[in-house]
Write a protein that binds this ligand. Sequence first.
Ligand code: ATP
Ligand code: MG
Length: 456
Amino acid sequence: MIRRFIQRVLGNSAKPQAGRPPAGGPLILPRAKHGIKRENIDSCALRTCETLADNGFKAFVVGGAVRDLLLGKKPKDFDVATDATPEEVRRLFRRSRIIGRRFRIVHVMCGRDTIEVTTFRAAGNLSGDEEDERPTDESGRILEDNIFGSQAEDAARRDFTVNALYYDPLREEIHDYFNGVADCKKKILRMIGDPATRYREDPVRMLRAARFAAKLEFHIDPATRKPVAELAQLLDNVPRARIFDEAVKLLMSGHALRGVHQLRAEGLHHGMLPLLDTILDDEQGRRFIEAGLKNTDERIHADKPASPGFLFACLLWPQVQRRWQDIQTEGEKSIPALFLAMDEVLEAQRELLAIPRKLDGMIKEIWALQPRFEQRAGSRPFRLLEHPRFRAGYDFLLIRAESGDAAQELGDWWTEFQDADENTRKSMLVADTGPKPRRKRRRKPKAAPAEEIPSA
Ligand code: ATP
Ligand code: MG
């Protein structure tokens, strides 16, 4: 309370640490200058802003939505920024709840839509010369960011100039503190304030730079890019779960292929997807992963479902294959060797990337189905069609075929088989080419039929 009062009093004279808003306040652009139409704003975000404004608070659509609308792209989500505290917001909306600890925000729900409402944050450095009040770790990483401030301070602690644009839907104006509109037009990604300091505060901003550059097809401003090579290792201090979330955002952005190459170009993959190093240097692994990422990008652009489980199954497959081969060379049989390799690879990744265990089931099923696609005799292909993961396994097989990791003929066969009528299917059956199924030990010459390869 007291802190908030001090901030209110000092609010306007405060000098934000991250970067200083232009002395004359923000550039205010009317509709004719920015071209964003109110009709393109999500109705839940509009209603949230209206309710806040009716109750005497400031309220803006902010962040990625304004940037994407300026660029003529469809925003992924709409965030609202306000001078109301989380408690004040919470009281105004019946269907809302406060979430987060490191960064407290309010989720406002309308129908199935959720809008994130954030209270303007200060940089935490009220005098500008004193130490930042926000708790940090020994490398300068901010652990908590809940000190509220003015709109200008809020703009200054955002990451990139194009992410610090505020759209007032009632007046249809954009408030632009750091020439973000001009950078949008020039397609430049520029960090607000001193880039090295901002990366130290939150090393994830380096990953965000690579993600936005790939997604928006922006050029990273040289001063923003420069410190990255040196500071990339700070990613080691970031909790693995946060890195995993950022990896998913990059991989599910619809620009995963470009994003992964951008990461590598910036030397950031060690901190995010360390497995890329070994794989992308290997011609076959690279071809497979590129085909997998391209496929996911296309699915996302076509509004088809895409899942992180499938993506990680793609990213880790070249490693699984390598270990599968090695374990067989050591004398293990094909299928047990595959299951051993799967467990080893997932376990090794857990330390580096914290892939949540809930994805393990799907990832393993997709992998374990692969040898079963080679069995095209008897009743096995019919049973495989009934497998709940058939579709994901088949999509995966097609990526393998496209990249030369499986025979194209095998992929084509399954494409035809699944849509064929019963008689055609029977006529299509061919002798097994895959690993031989395990047989039960026979005591008597009259043995039971061959046992099925275990399904995943
Ligand atoms: P996307 O299209 O991926 O949602 P976005 O710009 O909306 O992009 P979010 O992660 O949704 O990104 O964050 C919303 C806004 O919050 C950003 O535009 C930026 O202003 C601010 N922000 C988010 N993360 C950070 C960060 N690590 N440091 C500083 N500002 C951040
Ligand atoms: Mg967003």
